[in-house]
Design a protein around this ligand. Structure first.
Ligand code: LP5
Length: 241
């Protein structure tokens, strides 16, 4: 079986180059795979499935067309699009995955995550994540008017951009003890995640056994994707233009 993994595309109307690259990827790479996994931050900001955003309709139609060809598509929330829900997934013919989630790829158990929950040294972000992602907050957020969600979303983005520029690089990366802890808990030797925008295949040892952590890249200048088949895991990129 062939699998394709992507994350952190941050699709938005003002970056048509990313949308073009994504549609190209669907046509040329994803269509050759049995399963496509999108591990969060697919959109720059997702305010709710009720947002009549033309880009979301275009993307949903493209995903649905791929699904019609027989490719199974799985989506996971990121920190920017955690309000994505079943309505969008139905439209796009995708399945929403929990974070974390274990899948079996060619007989091997693999842990999938967006990756933000591994950045435990980023205390301000962890506080914000807990505040936004608990069931009561999610219920309240989903029931605010679209205009209010838009305003709050803008404020959070602005504040986040200001604050991340001031944070040390190791603070915004994953905590390696946390990585090993979650891999032990889930009894896996392979973890695939995004979020940090630091694409890399990391080799590590867990309890004397070789393990790997594969970090997907963001789609700002390059389109990053991970191809998995019976022989190998290949992390590749192509220029966006
Ligand atoms: O996204 P990225 O990778 O640039 O940065 C993340 C962390 N930031 C975020 C925030 C998102 O960028 C913006 C969230 C948009 C959500 C939209 C949907 C919800 C709409 C709400 C509808 C009601 O996730 C960033 C991390 C970084 O990853 C690396 O891990 O550091 O975290 C922060 O920067 C958080 C700040 O440190 C703390 C921010 C406190 C914000 C308080 C503002 C309150 C405004 C409330 C207005 C009512």
């Amino acid at each position: 079986m062939r699998y394709l993994f992507i994350s952190d595309l941050h699709l938005e109307a003002k970056r048509p180059d990313i949308t073009r690259a994504f549609l190209h990827c669907l046509e040329h790479q994803a269509s050759q795979a049995d399963e496509l996994y999108i591990l969060g931050d697919f959109f720059e900001v997702w305010l709710g499935d009720d947002d009549p955003n033309p880009l979301a309709r275009q993307v949903a139609a493209a995903l649905a067309a791929l699904a019609e060809k027989g490719v199974r598509i799985y989506l996971m929330h990121g920190n920017r699009d955690f309000l994505m829900g079943h309505r969008f997934c139905q439209e796009a013919k995708c399945t929403l995955l929990r974070d974390p989630c274990i899948v079996t790829l060619n007989g091997q158990r693999v842990l999938l995550m967006h990756g933000d929950s591994l950045c435990i040294d980023d205390l301000a972000y962890m506080r914000m994540r807990r505040a936004l992602r608990n069931p009561l907050s999610l219920f309240i957020l989903r029931n605010l008017s679209l205009k209010t969600r838009h305003r709050i979303g803008r404020k959070l983005r602005d504040e986040s951009q200001t604050q991340t520029q001031q944070k040390a690089s190791d603070i915004t990366d994953v905590n390696l003890d946390k990585v090993i802890e979650v891999m032990r808990i889930h009894d896996v030797r392979t973890l695939i995640h995004g979020h940090t925008h630091r694409p890399e295949m990391h080799e590590l040892m867990i309890d004397g056994e070789p393990a790997k952590r594969i970090v997907l890249g963001d789609w700002d200048k390059l389109a990053w994707f991970l191809e998995v088949d019976e022989k190998a895991y290949r992390l590749n990129s192509t220029p966006l233009a």
